[in-house]
Design a protein around this ligand. Structure first.
Ligand code: FEO
Length: 394
């Protein structure tokens, strides 16, 4: 296992999780797996920045041993409490029992409630620095990016920012850097990560990036705690985050539906044709055959969302439920929407769809369109017109 020096005396000692296909429980699919990134800084004092998910502690320790005896670790920086980054602190402390942990007040509280350890912990805040010899580690609190305890660590000597979860992507790879991997996959996974984790926190994202800019930090490298390290153009991911946080969008539409016997599906197809007739891109998702967290990634850059469902038990098809829950939670900014669906003897589905859109803060720009049983030719034509009208509102 060759050691990997990412900057002068800074080593990647994380773990690659090739097999995980879900994150945050089962709410987020990770088609490409992920990594848990941990960084070891050698100086007069030896510092470990974040650890890894506990099942991967052995891999992390093996990588550390390639560089130094783990018992020589003096400091552990805990940028974030969540167990994918703090889960192996206990394993390190077994080998380096005198190591001192640094993190925010909320981090101290969170670690105590997660691990119940009587650990030596130093609370730090924005502006505090830890001198480790020839370099200082500068701490920047980042509350709600994405937990209350979150923090960034900056190493001026290496022009290196370690922002933990921010700017990450769920990609397992034998490569570590942005210039080594497929650019489309990299940016698609970064976008999906933002949509599923950071979208509702966009106001804070804007403030934090402005704060970093105002601090005048030189950034040669951004090394997040998941996925690929940004070294080719570190500012690119900051610019992408700013664009996503501001709600910037493409003139495109997602049509997402479920259908019981195909009537709502035929309506969806015709709506897509109507959108297309205006020269606007439309993407159609039959939800039972689609990935919800991928759709949310697409929605991060699409202006329009059209939701359809046939009615069952006076409401939506149950498969729509998780998407509606996520929309309520993520609160997509500056998006417009409408709804449609077929029904038999009661048309409750569109009411539920509209309620979710309103809760999510998405602007409903056209009334729902419902069809009894099977759409007649003139009703299919009306769906086509709805697609055209919606496209014009983008
Ligand atoms: Fe918030 Fe990667 O954990």
């Amino acid at each position: 296992m060759p050691k990997l020096e990412i900057a002068k005396d800074v080593y990647w000692v994380g773990a690659v999780d090739w097999n995980t296909r879900f994150f945050h429980g089962h709410s987020y699919t990770t088609h490409h797996g992920t990594t848990y990134n941990s960084y070891l800084i050698l100086d007069e004092k030896v510092t470990l920045v974040d650890t890894v998910y506990q099942p991967f502690a052995g891999e992390m320790l093996d990588r550390i041993r390639e560089v130094i005896d783990p018992s020589k670790i003096d400091y552990i920086i805990a940028n974030h409490v969540e167990t994918d980054h703090s889960g192996s602190i206990g394993d390190i402390l077994k080998l380096a029992p005198k190591a001192k942990i640094y993190g925010t007040t909320r981090c101290k509280q969170g670690l105590q409630k997660h691990y119940f350890g009587n650990w030596d912990f130093q609370v730090v805040k924005t502006g505090d620095e830890l001198n480790v010899g020839s370099r200082s580690l500068k701490f920047i609190e980042a509350p709600m990016l994405h937990w209350p305890d979150s923090m960034f660590t900056y190493v001026e000597k290496n022009e290196l920012l370690m922002p933990n979860d921010a700017f990450g992507q769920h990609i397992a790879s034998s490569f570590r850097y942005d210039d080594e991997v497929d650019q489309c996959v990299l940016m698609e996974e970064a976008r999906k990560y933002y949509a599923n984790i950071l979208w509702p926190l966009s106001v804070l994202v804007i403030k934090k990036i402005e704060e970093l800019t105002n601090m005048g930090l030189k950034l040669s490298m951004i090394a997040p705690s998941h996925g690929i390290i940004w070294r080719k153009d570190p500012l690119k991911i900051l610019q992408s985050y700013m664009s996503w946080a501001k709600g910037e969008y493409k003139k495109s539409v997602l049509v997402v539906y479920d259908s019981m016997w195909g009537a709502t599906g035929r309506m969806a197809q015709s709506i897509v044709e109507g959108i297309r007739s205006e020269g606007v891109e439309a993407k159609l998702y039959w939800l039972p055959h689609s990935d919800e967290s991928d759709i949310l990634g697409e929605l991060l850059e699409a202006r329009g969302l059209i939701l359809g469902s046939s009615t069952i038990n006076n409401g939506v098809q149950p498969v729509m439920g998780p998407l509606l829950i996520d929309l309520r939670g993520l609160k997509p900014r500056q998006r417009i929407a409408t709804t449609f669906g077929s029904y038999g003897w009661g048309g409750g589905a569109v009411k539920e769809l509209e309620a979710a859109l309103k809760d999510a803060g998405i602007q409903i720009v056209m009334p729902p369109y419902t069809v009894n049983w099977n759409p007649a030719p003139e009703e299919i034509q009306r769906c086509f017109e709805i697609g055209k009208e919606f496209a014009k509102k983008l």
